[in-house]
Design a protein around this ligand. Structure first.
Ligand code: GLP
Length: 250
């Protein structure tokens, strides 16, 4: 089912549909020979995109050269550490697609600000994003652009909110192991993508998704920046659909 707000929103009926729909949208951009150069795609980590990555890997023969850019990374976690987004992206997608080139972030780089600038320059040199794939934070963050991030922001070093550190603690041994800084593509960097695909799964994302569907851009809910994007698609898992939307569907 589809509803139109500022963005196009598609509600998947189950997990399989969620993953397959997302993979098909990505293949529209990275499927062989769609562009005259290798497409540039921003890739998120987290639980939400895992099934989509699996679906893409199963269709690897349809995918040619693709430049895979990390959306974000924890500062202080080296690439070989399984807690790093670098490690997760390699293991879940980049190393499994024969045509993929990883443009990932090094959380252990001696100067994170320089590492952030390097990523932004690398992306520009490759021709900018053709597709930004994003997950959603409980507090509405995109990548690690926390509430209050300017919608014009570029790739940079950021401080993580306590709420985000708590939300991500499950992936670490204890909450105090969660880094308090990260590098993230900026909201402006992401909005420059020709197309944006936002994946929303998990009931805890409902309040943030409701803000997007309400349709008012508000810097305290970073996800609402997508309202200004001309080609954004939101794929929502059934458990994340806010009650206001369910009411509209009847
Ligand atoms: C993290 C990452 C985001 C990710 C989000 C959602 O904080 N910085 O890039 O999209 O959380 O994660 P999950 O899919 O596990 O809910």
């Amino acid at each position: 089912m589809q509803i139109t707000t500022g963005c196009r929103v598609v509600i998947a009926t189950d997990e399989r549909m969620f993953d397959d729909l997302a993979a098909s949208e990505v293949l529209e951009v990275i499927g062989s020979d769609r562009l005259s150069r290798a497409p540039n795609v921003a890739l998120p980590t987290g639980r939400t995109p895992v099934g989509m990555y699996r679906a893409l890997v199963s269709r690897a023969s349809e995918i040619g050269e693709v430049n895979c850019f990390a959306v974000d990374e924890y500062v202080g976690i080296p690439p070989a550490d399984p807690h790093s987004f670098h490690f997760a992206l390699r293991r879940q997608i980049v190393d499994l697609l024969p045509g993929a080139t990883g443009h990932l972030l090094d959380g252990s780089a001696p100067d994170p600000e320089t590492e952030a600038a390097r990523h932004e320059i690398d992306l520009a040199a490759c021709g900018g994003l053709d597709l930004a794939i994003l997950g959603l934070g409980k507090n509405g963050h995109l990548g690690f652009n926390e509430p209050g991030s300017p919608f014009t922001s570029r790739t940079r070093l950021v401080r993580l909110s306590e709420e985000t550190r708590r939300a991500n603690a499950a992936s670490f041994r204890q909450e105090r192991d969660v880094p308090d800084q990260a590098i993230t593509m900026g909201i402006g960097t992401l909005l420059d993508a020709a197309k944006v695909l936002l994946l929303v799964a998990g009931a805890r994302k409902m309040p943030a998704l409701a803000r997007l569907i309400e349709g008012t851009a508000d810097q305290s809910w970073p996800v609402t920046a997508l309202l200004a994007h001309p080609h954004s698609l939101v794929i929502v898992a059934p458990e994340a659909v806010p009650p206001t939307v369910t009411a509209r569907m009847h």
